[in-house]
Design a protein around this ligand. Structure first.
Ligand SMILES: Cc1ncc(C[n+]2csc(CCO)c2C)c(N)n1
Length: 210
């Protein structure tokens, strides 16, 4: 029986919940998040997206031709995303030239390791990372200013559709995955769930320099 993305979500509902429901998102929705905490998340997430872009390049290197159209669209979105993070940092007078915090570093290291895995593991990990933001921001929407655009950016219907198409591609890659690869896929999914939870939590542990 091939493994599917839906099966992962069903089997590990509790773990996935910790990735997508967190006080950070609740406080953004309530407008009570401290600016310093939000800024910490913002600057670290910029670095995360830079490393995610390199992971996306590795996914493209392994992908079958039929999967390139969607993934190349994703690369275009990443170009826009990186520029947008830079614009948000400028608006908030934040320097992006900051060291990676340990949690961010761990997550980026995990993506670098994932790049060495077989395509089904990479494709499922890539989907899970995007889904975490899609569900996390969507389920805490709408958000008040100045967080509205953040919730809309990752909670919008077009992004949901993109993530669903990523799941379809991961599922097609999983169809021929052997048992050993399936085990790696499950491990990667659970690691994404843990690291997403840790990433939200990081905002509370670090003080953003003024
Ligand atoms: C910790 C963390 N996890 C997931 C994402 C999701 N994500 C990664 S790149 C990107 C742009 C669109 O492809 C999005 C939404 C994130 N930003 N930060």
């Amino acid at each position: 029986m091939p493994l599917t993305c839906q099966q992962l979500l069903t089997k590990y509902t509790a773990q996935w919940q910790t990735a997508t429901v967190h006080p950070f998102l609740v406080q953004c929705q309530q407008g009570t998040i401290q600016t310093q905490q939000f800024n910490t998340w913002l600057t670290q997430d910029y670095h995360f997206v830079v490393n995610f872009t390199r992971f996306a390049a590795s996914l493209i290197q392994s992908a079958p031709v039929a999967h390139l159209d969607l993934l190349l669209g994703g690369i275009t979105a990443l170009k826009d995303e990186l520029n947008w993070f830079q614009a948000k940092a400028t608006e908030r007078h934040l320097s992006l030239d900051q060291p990676l915090q340990p949690t961010c570093q761990t997550y980026c290291g995990f993506m670098a390791d994932l790049a060495q895995e077989p395509y089904p593991v990479k494709a499922t990990g890539f989907w899970a990372i995007e889904l975490a933001y899609n569900q996390g921001w969507q389920s805490h929407s709408p958000m008040p200013a100045p967080y509205t655009e953040f919730a809309d950016r990752w909670g919008n219907a077009a992004f949901t559709t993109y993530v669903e198409l990523l799941a379809q591609q991961a599922n097609s890659a999983l169809q021929n995955a052997d048992k050993a690869t399936q085990i790696e896929v499950e491990k990667a999914f659970l690691t994404v769930a843990t690291l997403e939870k840790d990433f939200w939590q990081m905002a509370y542990e670090i003080t953003q320099p003024a």
